[in-house]
Design a protein around this ligand. Structure first.
Ligand SMILES: Nc1ncnc2c1ncn2[C@@H]1O[C@H](COP(=O)(O)OP(=O)(O)OP(=O)(O)O)[C@@H](O)[C@H]1O
Ligand SMILES: [Mg+2]
Length: 367
């Protein structure tokens, strides 16, 4: 999958941008605060219909403007699709070609991009919801059904929690809601299990190649479902056993909203054991494993967005990282320092200079 062209209007610090990507590797170079990350944010928004930086989407609209617009020409095996997102102060709209799309789940995944951002460095220390979100973002891009189930689950969960706060909740009605929650979470658990199993298989190899040393990496999918196969029965027992606690504390304790994925390096918890450099390489190995998972599902690589990936990597690792990037993947990479891409395959690279919301071809020889 490729993005052939992007157009931005009043998005962040871009008034009007039209940029074609003819080469496989696109390097965005510029000083701080010029709009490099903003461009990746726009591409990522086309992929996930959310910003990886902020919750309030009106922040994406250029100051003193009314509507931000992101338009991307996405090339896949079925041809080129024009995806458009318009963000206004009272909501957003999505279009494929020129047709409005009602359900976000229909839009997500039309452009599949995998992102590395420096904020990912907190991934292992972050609360479980960050690691759940990683699974959900990747799986939602691959399956509208997954996303619909997840949304429906969140709705029923909210209803159950609200109902638990009533004076005398009716037990039978609570059971109806519990049954709905169980039915909705079973396919989600199955998808998360499959995802973790795949990523676990690949991540050790990728990480060892980066580090040129032997390591064992394990990812444990922590879930109330444990490794049970009769999920309906097992979850039913768990929910029944938790009913008293749910009533006392007025909240639902059992379910996928509590899942986590725990990473261990040579048997030790990554958050407590790994060095900064190791964590960065582990995150990168994770992203690579995710690329492979996506290929296994949709037969094409997603677009890889790398924001400020080089800082903290020593020179040897930078070279190694470049060597290990899959050869068929389109890459957008930001940097402040042109030397960082020395030794990369020049014939496959376009370098763009980002300067205060304006992007021009980078003229200097950097090889
Ligand atoms: N809604 C907005 N309207 C106008 N300008 C904005 C808006 N949101 C962010 N900006 C501007 O965008 C710039 C930041 O862009 P971005 O985060 O892409 O920088 P960057 O090039 O990635 O820099 P760095 O190298 O520091 O990461 C800042 O100058 C900020 O003021
Ligand atoms: Mg940036």
């Amino acid at each position: 999958m490729r993005i052939n062209e992007i157009r931005l209007n009043n998005f962040r610090n871009y008034s009007s941008l039209k940029l074609r990507f003819d080469k496989r590797i696109n390097v965005l170079i510029g000083d701080n605060a010029q709009g490099k990350t903003n461009l990746l944010e726009a591409i990522s928004f086309l992929s996930t219909v959310r910003s990886f930086r902020i919750k309030d989407e009106t922040d994406l609209i250029k100051k003193e403007c009314d509507i931000a617009r992101i338009e991307g020409m996405i090339q896949s095996s079925v041809g080129e699709k024009r995806l458009t997102v318009m963000i206004g102060h009272s909501g957003k709209s999505l279009l494929i070609h020129k047709n409005p799309v009602k359900r976000t789940s229909e839009f997500i995944g039309q452009c599949n991009a995998v992102l590395f951002t420096p904020a990912d460095m907190d991934f292992f220390e972050a609360p479980p919801k960050v690691r759940r979100r990683m699974m959900d973002v990747e799986l939602s891009k691959l399956s509208p059904v997954y996303m619909e189930n997840l949304n429906q689950y969140a709705k029923v969960l909210k209803e159950r929690n609200t109902y638990l706060k009533q004076d005398r909740p009716d037990i039978e009605y609570l059971e109806v809601l519990s049954d709905q929650l169980i039915a909705l979470q079973i396919p989600i658990i199955e998808s998360r299990r499959e995802f973790i199993a795949f990523v676990t298989k690949r991540i050790s190899t990728l990480f060892c190649e980066f580090m040129e040393e032997k390591f064992e990496i394990d990812i444990k999918y922590e879930s109330e479902s444990e490794s049970h196969t009769d999920l309906a029965l097992h979850l039913n027992q768990k929910m029944t056993a938790s009913l008293k606690r749910d009533l006392a504390l007025k909240i639902t304790h059992v379910g996928i909203h509590r899942d986590d994925a725990k990473f261990a390096l040579n048997g030790f918890d990554v958050s407590a054991f790994a060095s900064q450099g190791q964590k960065r390489m582990l995150i990168l190995a994770l992203k690579m494993a995710i690329l492979e998972f996506i290929v296994s599902k949709i037969n094409t690589y997603p677009i890889l967005l790398l924001d400020d990936v080089f800082s903290e990597l020593d020179t040897k690792k930078k070279v190694k990282f470049a060597q290990l990037l899959p050869k068929d993947v389109q890459i957008m990479i930001t940097t402040t320092e042109i030397n960082e891409i020395k030794g990369w395959p020049a014939s496959e690279i376009d370098v763009f200079l980002v300067n205060n919301g304006v992007i021009t071809p980078y003229k200097e020889d950097y090889r």
